[in-house]
Design a protein around this ligand. Structure first.
Ligand code: NDP
Ligand code: AKG
Length: 436
């Protein structure tokens, strides 16, 4: 079988993009553009690139649940599996009102590159349910998670596809998923999901890992540009799992975190906030704007603060063609997945503002998920010290791989990370033969 991507006709990706012309750029469009951009720097089979623009499969399930008042509400859930040439599909589950099929496909593609840039033996996937978890009681969330797990049960498993937390989900959600799956399979199978509480096979350090990796990569990029972490001001959008942990680590390491935000807006203090005194989203949703603050700002204004480092770590598509010219940070480190549209990427590159991409910066989450999966298989847990020490090693190794690609070619940091990832994925496809 061959995929003819050179013939004079539009590709499926182009046709799909045309239908979404008037909408803001979707995650899958951004992901495809980024893939093509990086592929243009590499001598790889264009058929492999064409194949990688699509998921292997997308599961869509109807998720009816009984609300606490006895009525039934019906939600839609997805699991998009992008590529598994290097190992089982891996990636988070998102509970958020904006979840769509295309978003899951785009986020699943990013997981493939994220696992490859970290050299983990996983492919990429992402899933979610279009729901506002803040509208549900804990019991309703549990019923939703169990019903969704039943819907996707045949396509997940420790050697097939391993979900994990993402926006709107947490260790408790993962424990319910593990229990629902294990009950149906007739045995306890902790390795079906990562990000669980340690008492049921979760790893120490998993929850704070994506934020820790954002902090490690921020430290490395500052060193690369010969900047002192202790003289660095940082604005962070969001205050969830990724943002709060990044803020706390960076603060402990001597940086000055001057702004953080929740869905309602941002707080700002040019002399520095105390990230440990502000409850994270998991500790108390929407708590940021309830803090006493030197100044409050909108989320949009946070992105335009004059700081050394800007870390968008909440939702996607916040840096766009409309505001990229107003970004006043010297460096952007992506904590969220897909915070920068392709148009914004170009403007920031023209302005000489380095953007360190999500697939490297927040990859600590999936890396410790890999450690968790190993611990589950071996039925032996690691200490927090071991987890953090191995995470540090993996992050610095990946940083060095990306830095070498960056120095070897005239490319952006995003292209450099894609070059590392795509080379590994494409080589695996070539070695296995077309088209696993
Ligand atoms: N969790 C993980 O393991 C990983 C997550 N990521 C990515 O990081 C990002 C954040 O995820 P995570 O920290 O887990 O999410 P959480 O659900 O823990 O937190 C989300 C945070 O974003 C805030 N928020 C929600 N909507 C908006 C908005 N429109 N504008 C500004 N802030 C908003 C929330 O505020 P409020 O409290 O008011 O709701 C909350 O502080 C996502 O892009 C996710 O895909 C990446 C790697 C791993
Ligand atoms: O831990 C994982 O498997 C994936 C986490 C995730 O969804 C992400 O890194 O975006």
């Amino acid at each position: 079988m061959t995929i003819d991507s050179t013939a004079d006709h539009t590709t499926r990706a182009e046709r799909e993009s045309e239908t979404a012309d008037s909408d803001p750029e979707s995650a899958v469009e951004t992901a495809r553009r980024q893939l093509q951009h990086a592929a243009d720097h590499l001598d790889i089979d264009p058929n492999i690139v064409e194949r990688l623009k699509y998921p292997t499969s997308v599961h869509e399930v109807t998720v009816p649940i009984e609300r606490d008042d006895g009525t039934v509400e019906v939600y839609t859930g997805y699991r998009a599996q992008h590529d598994s040439v290097r190992g089982p599909h891996k990636g988070g589950l998102r509970f958020h009102p904006d979840v769509t099929r295309d978003e899951c496909v785009g986020l699943g593609m990013w997981m493939t590159w994220k696992c490859a840039v970290m050299d983990l033996p996983f492919g990429g996937a992402k899933g979610g349910i279009a729901v506002d978890p803040k509208d549900l009681s804990a019991a309703e969330k549990e019923r939703l998670t169990r019903r969704f797990t039943e819907g996707i049960r045949s396509s997940i498993g420790p050697t097939k596809d391993i979900p994990a937390p993402d926006m709107g989900t947490d260790p408790q959600t993962m424990a319910w998923l593990m229990d629902a799956y294990s009950m149906q399979e007739g045995e306890t199978i902790p390795g079906v999901v990562t990000g669980k509480p340690p008492i049921v096979g979760g790893s120490e350090g998993r929850e704070e890992a994506p934020g820790r990796s954002v902090a490690i990569i921020t430290r490395e990029v500052l060193e690369y540009y010969e900047r002192d972490l202790e003289e660095t001001t940082i604005a962070i959008q969001g205050y969830g799992s990724v943002a709060a942990n990044a803020a706390r680590r960076l603060d402990e390491w001597g940086a000055t975190v001057v702004a953080v935000s929740d869905v309602n807006g941002a707080i700002y203090d040019p002399t520095g906030l105390d990230p440990h005194a502000i409850p994270s989203h998991d500790e108390e949703p929407e708590a940021v704007m309830r803090q006493d603050a030197f100044e409050t700002l909108t989320n949009e204004a946070l992105l335009e603060l004059d700081v050394d480092v800007l870390v968008p770590a909440a939702v996607g598509n916040v840096l766009t063609e409309e505001n990229a010219a107003a970004v006043d940070a010297d460096i952007v480190v992506e904590g969220a997945n897909g915070p920068t549209t392709s148009g914004a990427d170009e403007i920031l590159a023209e302005r000489g503002i380095p953007v360190v991409p999500d697939i490297l910066a927040n990859a600590g989450g999936v890396t410790v998920s890999y450690f968790e999966w190993l611990q589950d298989i071996n039925r032996r847990s690691w200490s927090l010290e071991r987890v953090n020490s191995e995470l540090e090693t993996e992050m610095v190794t990946a940083w060095n791989d990306v830095r070498e690609a960056y120095e070897a070619r005239d490319v952006t940091w995003r292209d450099a990370a894609y070059i590392v990832a795509l080379s590994r994925v494409a080589s695996a496809h070539e070695a296995r033969g077309l088209w696993p």
